[in-house]
Design a binder for this molecule. Structure first.
Ligand code: ADP
Ligand code: MG
Length: 286
């Protein structure tokens, strides 16, 4: 293939639907020690389906589902959309206040009762009985300080995700997955894809800390770290990474703004395309 200057490297990328906001990022792509991926919406499609509902003592399935759907109506999180869809045309209770906690879930009020819908962390000290083990994403529902039940949801891995991780290995670039989702789900996705390192139960600020640590390590050998995310709960880390890569450029404005590289298609393999273009560019510059 033909060597490219920085300028034509950016042009070649743009013809493939990859927007690179400066020549320096081609250099960064040439010096990668690790590529860090967000899970939901990045390696997985972010298209959830409700798979099961389990209830706590004294609560019904309908109560768990309609409570969750009522508070999720205002949320744009992919989990929220699936929960609302699953409630179908059942009447939903009226929510008086609602606020979303990034990477955790939603706290709300219905009929003067406090509602929590989110991950285990969002429930805080509320007691939860032993639940059936699953590799699905588990969303807990608490009503008035009591565990009411869980909604489990399955996502699917993107078709090109496995080949992307394999290709990184061939380039001797480490693959890392960070997620706010639970350990079981994270480990299952990481195993299926052959990811080198995985960390789960992370808050947005924990993702930042992980990327900073990886960057510090890479710096010792003059190497860099990329972060790839879809912009939902990960704009801070897109901004912070040596090179922040946002996927699905037609969606989240904040992500497009925060990122150094924007991938228009929702395909992680476009990261490999960008690295290959950067490699060709490299040959003529140095
Ligand atoms: P990821 O790190 O996999 O991209 P997020 O950071 O968006 O995921 O969310 C992490 C976790 O926080 C989710 O798996 C879910 O448990 C919880 N969560 C986030 N937003 C919501 C929401 N709107 N409703 C319920 N749970 C949520
Ligand atoms: Mg995310």
């Amino acid at each position: 293939s033909v060597p490219l200057s920085y300028f034509s490297g950016i042009g070649a990328a743009s013809r493939r639907g990859i927007l690179i906001k400066g020549g320096q990022y081609l250099e960064t792509l040439n010096a990668l020690e690790a590529v860090v991926f967000d899970k939901t919406g990045t390696l997985t499609a972010g298209q959830f389906e409700v798979t099961a509902i389990q209830t706590g003592d004294g609560f019904t399935r309908d109560q768990v589902l309609t409570t969750a759907a009522a508070v999720e109506q205002q949320s744009s999180h992919p989990l929220a959309q699936a929960i609302v869809r699953a409630a179908g045309d059942q009447p939903l209770p009226t929510v008086s206040t609602q606020s979303e906690v990034p990477g955790q879930g939603i706290i709300a009020e219905i009929n003067r009762q406090s509602i929590v819908v989110g991950n285990r962390r969002a429930l805080g000290s509320i007691a939860v009985p032993p639940l059936q083990e699953t590799t699905d994403t588990v969303i807990y529902v608490a009503i008035d300080g009591q565990f009411a039940g869980v909604v489990t949801l399955a996502d699917r891995i993107k078709p090109d995700a496995k080949a992307t991780i394999h290709s990184l290995k061939q380039h001797r670039i480490q693959s890392v997955m960070l997620t706010g989702d639970n350990q079981h789900t994270a480990a299952s996705v990481a195993d299926q894809l052959g990811i080198d390192r995985v960390a789960a139960n992370l808050l947005p600020e924990d993702k930042l800390a992980h990327v900073s640590e990886l960057e510090e390590h890479a710096q010792h050998s003059q190497r860099r770290v990329a972060f790839v995310g879809d912009g939902i709960n990960d704009t801070p880390v897109l901004k912070r990474a040596d090179v922040g890569i946002a996927m699905g450029g037609l969606g989240a404005d904040a992500a497009v703004e925060a990122a150094d590289i924007v991938i228009m298609q929702d395909e992680p393999s476009q990261v490999i395309t960008a690295i290959q273009i950067a490699k060709q560019t490299h040959r003529i510059v140095w």
